[in-house]
Design a protein around this ligand. Structure first.
Ligand code: VGL
Ligand code: ZN
Length: 207
């Protein structure tokens, strides 16, 4: 794929300490994406970061649901919600970006999941699939048409962001070597199938 610097944006999803080895919701090999993403960042003119950013006691935490454990599911007013260990709590070291991630170039940081009563996997919409984060408007106003997605986790925040990008009329390309997944109950395979159905392109690397 040839990068079009005036139309492409690199969207770096949730490369935060809590999703890396040693973190509260560690993704296997999560930190391996950092050098790959740093190389990619240098090739783009437009770079946007997302940061999972939960208040303490967030409704996506299993600890907020007595009798429930991490990776179980509950039904919220907006639909099913997987429960997670407490993670990415606002202002804590776990919510900080990985220390080796190059972030200086990023033009915008989208924080998500900051409302107690609703989670937000996607960089575009909260989990009710209707409350926008504002990212689509930002990209459109800047004339950006193609979203190249990298980061954590492949089968959650990267996946939901890619499918929403397509739903909003952007091209969406996921770079597999710059992502790692959680793989909960077949979620990696499901993300692949649903992504393909939505027109998300997956490339092993950005050659
Ligand atoms: C994520 C689960 C909970 C992600 C965020 O970044 O994929 N997954 N919060
Ligand atoms: Zn989260």
């Amino acid at each position: 794929m040839q990068i079009k610097t005036n139309e492409d944006v690199l969207l770096i999803i949730d490369v935060q300490n809590d999703f890396c080895p040693g973190g509260a919701l560690a993704v296997a090999d999560g930190d391996a994406v950092v050098p790959v993403i740093n190389r990619l960042s240098a090739m783009f003119d437009h770079v946007v970061l997302t940061q999972d950013w939960h208040p303490a006691g967030h409704s996506s935490f299993a600890s907020s649901h007595p009798g429930k454990g991490p990776f179980e599911s509950v039904t919220m007013p907006y639909g099913p919600q997987t429960l997670w260990p407490d993670h990415c709590i606002q202002g804590t070291p776990g919510a900080a970006f990985h220390p080796e991630l190059s972030i200086d170039k990023a033009q915008m940081i989208i924080r998500k999941g900051f409302r107690s009563s609703i989670d937000s996997y996607s960089a575009f919409f909260e989990n009710d699939k209707t409350t926008p984060t504002g990212l689509a408007g930002y990209l459109r106003e800047r004339g950006l048409k193609r979203v190249v997605l990298v980061g954590l986790a492949t089968d959650f925040c990267v996946h939901y962001s890619a499918v929403d990008a397509r739903r909003l009329g952007f091209e969406a390309i996921v770079i597999d070597s710059a992502c790692r997944g959680i793989d909960l109950g077949g979620s990696m395979a499901a993300a692949k199938a649903e992504g393909a159905e939505a027109g998300v392109i997956r490339l092993p690397e950005l050659a």
